[in-house]
Design a protein around this ligand. Structure first.
Ligand code: NAI
Length: 331
């Protein structure tokens, strides 16, 4: 099969080539998929895309016209495709629902520790030959209350790791899992109680209508003063301007941000020669207690190997006409 791989990143190219093992003809494209670039898929039966590509209805219609029959996401999330329209015009879609929950969970905890123990500040200080410890006091994780919003594949690994630290774990989720209660001593609670009682709050719910801006002004006001907030879920789970206001007042004491509502066109790319146009990002970059990463939580060797392998397995499966467990179906 001939597959156009849109929006290829240098860090995934080798993994895709290895997983493909010469079976398919790959057309590696730097371009994002959108209405202007869609014609690059000409002659391909399948395309593969990532979270920032635009697979809206007009783009899908053009793909269909070009003879593309399959869209393979190299990600779990697929909110950038008009899935109902794709289904209607007969384009089948597949994704990688799970590639390494550990990768994201471990990164989440790394951010918690880096913020708590002020590791980035201390590193920069030492690079300036300043070996003082003033302003670097952290806190023990042991006995702290951590609120996990969403304990699915990723959130449960966060719970497992933090249980090992001796944290008290509160979870807000629409589904309760008795295993987590038994194994890690978690306590399911409502969102208000979680916000009121937690020293650290971490977000691992998908971005859906109910979770859009789940963290906003009123909810932040109900949290403990100086709370640590970590978002390695999706940018729009938090109202970023409300978080900035709370950082200014000290209501939020630490903010770890791996995802950003306006990350499209900014993240994953080198903008070091550009003038930053995003004033919200510019303000976030001024806080010493904010740790920003560029949607990096998933980026491990294990995750990249799995993404590449599952992407080609998915395509092989639907090409044969069978059912594929990773197919995106709209009811
Ligand atoms: P999952 O589907 O296994 O778990 C999500 C959990 O959220 C489930 O337990 C579900 O019951 C719960 N949930 C869903 N809607 C809810 C609601 N309205 N209120 C409360 N709980 C709700 O998903 P997984 O694999 O744990 O991933 C979670 C999110 O992490 C993804 O949706 C994605 O946005 C994000 N993610 C971030 C990555 C990164 O690199 N930063 C990489 C991969 C995923």
């Amino acid at each position: 099969m001939k597959i156009a791989i849109f929006n290829i990143h240098s860090w995934e190219k080798e993994y895709l080539e290895t997983a493909n093992a010469g079976k398919n003809t790959l057309k590696m494209l730097d371009a994002y998929l959108n209405i202007d670039t869609v014609k690059l898929a000409e002659g391909c039966e399948a395309i593969s895309i990532f979270t920032e590509d635009d697979a809206s209805a007009p783009v899908l219609d053009k793909l269909h016209e070009l003879g593309v029959r399959f869209v393979a996401f190299r990600s779990a999330g697929f909110n950038n495709i008009d899935a109902a329209h794709a289904q209607k015009i007969g384009i089948r879609m597949v994704r990688v629902p799970e590639y390494s929950p550990n990768a994201i969970a471990e990164f989440t905890v790394a951010v918690m520790l880096a913020l708590n123990r002020k590791l980035i500040r201390s590193h920069y200080r030492i690079m300036q030959m300043d070996f003082s410890l003033d302003g670097l006091v952290g806190f023990d994780m042991n006995n702290k209350t951590v609120g996990i919003i969403g304990a699915g594949k990723i959130g449960r690994v966060v719970a497992k790791i933090l249980h090992g630290f001796g944290c008290k774990l509160l979870v807000y989720d629409i589904v309760e899992d008795p295993f987590l209660i038994k194994e890690y001593g978690i306590e399911y609670t409502d969102l208000d109680t979680l916000c009121k009682q937690s020293d650290i709050i971490t977000l691992h719910v998908p971005l859906v209508e109910d979770t859009h801006h789940i963290i906003y002004k009123k909810r932040i006001a109900s949290m403990k003063k100086g709370v640590m907030l970590i978002n390695a879920g999706r940018g729009a789970l938090v109202h970023t301007q409300d978080v900035i206001d709370a950082l200014k007042s000290g209501q939020i004491g630490y903010f770890g941000m791996d995802v950003y509502e306006e990350e499209k066109g900014l993240y994953f790319e080198d903008h070091s020669e550009d003038i930053l146009q995003d004033d919200i990002m510019a303000r976030l970059m001024t806080f010493k207690n904010v740790l920003i990463s560029s949607h990096q939580a998933f980026l491990t060797d294990t995750a990249l190997k799995n993404i590449a392998r599952i992407t080609f397995e998915n395509l092989e499966c639907i090409e044969k006409g069978g059912t594929c467990i990773n197919e995106i179906c709209v009811k």
